[in-house]
Ligand binder design. Structure first.
Ligand code: SAM
Length: 283
């Protein structure tokens, strides 16, 4: 069995499972496969970072961002999906269909996940292509995904969820620029966390605790972005259409009908950026 997975990737997978176990139905996302892949001890729900009440905003935000991307992918009709910083994402295991998935992740976490998928009989090499890349090492995720079979003549949806805060701004821009060079009609969705002082006062202590926890676990937050910074990065790296979906928008979209108070407000926003047909310099 290879090494250890990234602890932040395991945590978000456990939050997705926790949502199905402790929150009322209908669930925003049904995903317990990540819990299976994580292979954690039975007592995982007693971990401090799984406290059902205290972590409600976190897990609401994590399921909302995943659901929003998957809805975008399905609505787009694209047959290629690139998941940057995939962690324990389980789209190919939960959705049967024609979409080929390219999961890009830091090599050690991905090697560990590959072993787990093989052990569990969950790796379908026709649909899921595993592409090991360290975004901070100057490697091109795009070149490696093309080697793995990504067709740059066809549109793709690219996601990057829960990753930008762990990267330098240079690595974020480099990764976005590669996505912006994909075929016209391609869509990039990435999440970003705002600077803590922009969060509602009741959410700030949770974020401050999370920032300390992240640093202590060896995954410090390197890039917190304002909505303007995030959209400027998308425009500067070559996308034509750039929109923000705030955590309040996500609430309206997926939580407004709920009566249990679960809400992603104050969590991550999303940028949805499209590759246009008439890009500057593209003739
Ligand atoms: C918080 S997890 C999010 C995982 C998944 N996208 C989700 O929403 O559950 C962050 C992911 O980013 C990946 N990551 C962080 N830094 C990276 C880097 N420099 N290169 C490649 N992947 C990286 C980690 O391996 C991990 O899978």
């Amino acid at each position: 069995m290879s090494g250890e997975p990234d602890s932040t990737a395991v945590r978000t997978a456990l939050w997705r499972a926790l949502h199905t176990l402790v929150d009322d139905a209908p669930h925003v996302l049904e995903d317990r496969i990540g819990l299976e892949i994580a292979g954690v001890d039975q007592g995982w729900q007693t971990r401090p970072d799984m406290d059902p009440m205290r972590t409600r905003p976190n897990r609401a935000s994590i399921v909302a961002r995943a659901r929003a991307v998957e809805d975008t992918l399905i609505a787009s009709g694209a047959c290629q999906y690139v998941v940057l910083g995939a962690g324990l994402d389980t789209f190919p295991q939960r959705h049967k269909g024609p979409v080929r998935v390219f999961e890009v992740d830091e090599p050690a976490t991905q090697a560990w996940k590959r072993d787990r998928l093989v052990q569990l009989g969950l790796l379908d090499p026709e649909r899921l292509h595993l592409v090991p890349v360290d975004f901070e090492a100057g490697e091109s995720w795009l070149a490696k995904a093309v080697e793995a079979g990504l067709d740059t003549a066809e549109p793709a949806v690219v996601s990057m969820l829960g990753v930008t805060m762990y990267l330098t701004q240079e690595a974020i821009s480099t990764s976005l620029r590669q996505a912006a060079s994909l075929a016209a009609g391609s869509i990039m969705v990435f999440s970003y966390s705002r600077p803590i002082e922009m969060a509602p006062p009741e959410v700030r202590p949770i974020l401050e605790g999370a920032a300390k926890g992240a640093a202590a676990s060896g995954h410090p937050w390197l890039s917190l972005l304002t909505p303007d910074q995030a959209t400027n990065m998308a425009r500067d790296t070559g996308f034509t259409g750039v929109d923000v979906i705030t955590s309040t928008d996500l609430h309206e979209r997926y939580f407004a009908e709920r009566h249990d108070g679960l809400s992603p407000v104050g969590g991550e926003d999303l940028v949805i950026a499209t590759v246009g047909r008439h890009r500057v310099g593209s003739g």
